[in-house]
Design a protein around this ligand. Structure first.
Ligand code: GLN
Length: 272
């Protein structure tokens, strides 16, 4: 029987970066990082599973789709090819909304929830929040609901199917916060994206139309918030000016937050 230490040594000789392989090893063997360096035996059946998963990795598939899991805001999320893989950049959007909601009991509406990572994190960290979250994709809504159940926020979030391009939905109460990481990649740019993204992630979650701004236009024109209500959006690194221009007619106190690479990443404004 092959031993884990020997196996890692072999992979290290073939692939110099084995970060993703370690994720596969931990997932397939059901071990955490602390056990990765122990010399435990790897059963023949596990080895076959590991090699199959490494073949998928070699084919360019993102490791999160292979394991079906991804961490976001220190919570665990299930993901599959019908949802975007949660990005570290999006944690900035979530953290900012959490900061601004502290001490309140907000009604938050999320547009285009995908895996549900934004809605579930907000529900987890803002104890008294009530959340509604929509997506156009039934398959994404299934995963989002599962993630909400797995993270214990099932009671606080209601997921529903809705195409925001058809208009802003009616609620019993006007939301205090509207949050979204909409598709924002320019249509033409999609084919130039990393293969990992363009061949595996759902295009509907990426494609923002000819200028990448289709969803911002629709959200900003149709959004219903009370005066002082917060709109919080993730944006592409080069979209600050365009989105700010779209918001200026209706919003005050527009603020931009940069990501760790110093790119503009989040825009926030208060409804006038
Ligand atoms: N940040 C994602 C990417 O660059 C895009 C996410 C989006 O369109 N909302 O792949």
């Amino acid at each position: 029987m092959v031993m884990l230490r020997e196996l890692r040594r072999k992979y290290k000789a073939i692939y110099n970066d084995i970060t993703d392989i370690d994720v596969i090893l931990m997932d397939s063997l059901g071990i955490d990082k602390s056990k990765l360096f122990l010399n435990i035996p790897v059963a023949e059946s596990s080895l076959r599973e590991i090699e199959k998963k490494i073949a998928r990795l070699n084919n360019g598939e993102p490791v999160s789709y292979i394991t079906g899991r991804r961490e976001f805001m220190s919570l665990e999320f299930r993901v599959n090819s019908s949802t975007l893989i949660p990005r570290a950049d999006t944690e900035i959007l979530v953290e900012e909304v959490i900061k601004r909601c502290s001490g309140t009991a907000p009604f938050i509406f999320e547009i285009g929830t995908g895996s549900g990572c934004i809605a579930v994190s907000l529900a987890h960290f803002i104890k008294s929040a009530k959340i509604a979250a929509c997506d156009i994709s039934d398959k994404a809504l299934e995963i989002a609901s599962l993630n909400s159940e797995l993270n214990g926020t099932g009671e606080k979030i209601s997921f529903f199917k809705h195409d925001i391009m058809k208009g802003f939905p009616e609620f019993d109460a006007v939301p205090d916060v509207v949050v979204s990481n909409p598709p924002y990649i320019k249509h033409k740019i999609i084919e130039t994206l990393d293969r990992k993204v363009k061949d595996f992630e759902p295009l509907a979650a990426l494609d923002g139309g000819i200028d990448g701004l289709d969803f911002y236009r629709k959200i900003i024109y149709s959004v219903k918030l009370n005066s002082g209500g917060l709109l919080a959006l993730e944006i592409g690194y080069d979209q600050r000016e365009s989105v700010e221009n779209l918001m200026r007619d209706k919003f005050d106190d527009i603020k931009i937050i940069k990501d760790i690479n110093a790119n503009d990443r989040v825009i926030l404004g208060l409804m006038r």
